[in-house]
Write a protein of this length. Sequence first.
Length: 72
Amino acid sequence: MLDDVYSIILIVIGSITFVGLFGLIIAFPIKWCWNYTIPTIFGLDTITWGQAWCLNFLTSCLIKATQTNTNK
């Protein structure tokens, strides 16, 4: 019984850690693309790695991918 609880806790902590690290890794390409294009085109400042991570988080909250069934 207690082993099952520890297994569930370990799975939850591992999942949260994986999702967090994946989000942080994805922030680097966002930062590089932003810093390469946006300051040149619009004259805005470059962003930091933390700002890229926040931008990734915000866009994932605002823009959700949806699946539609086209088979009728």
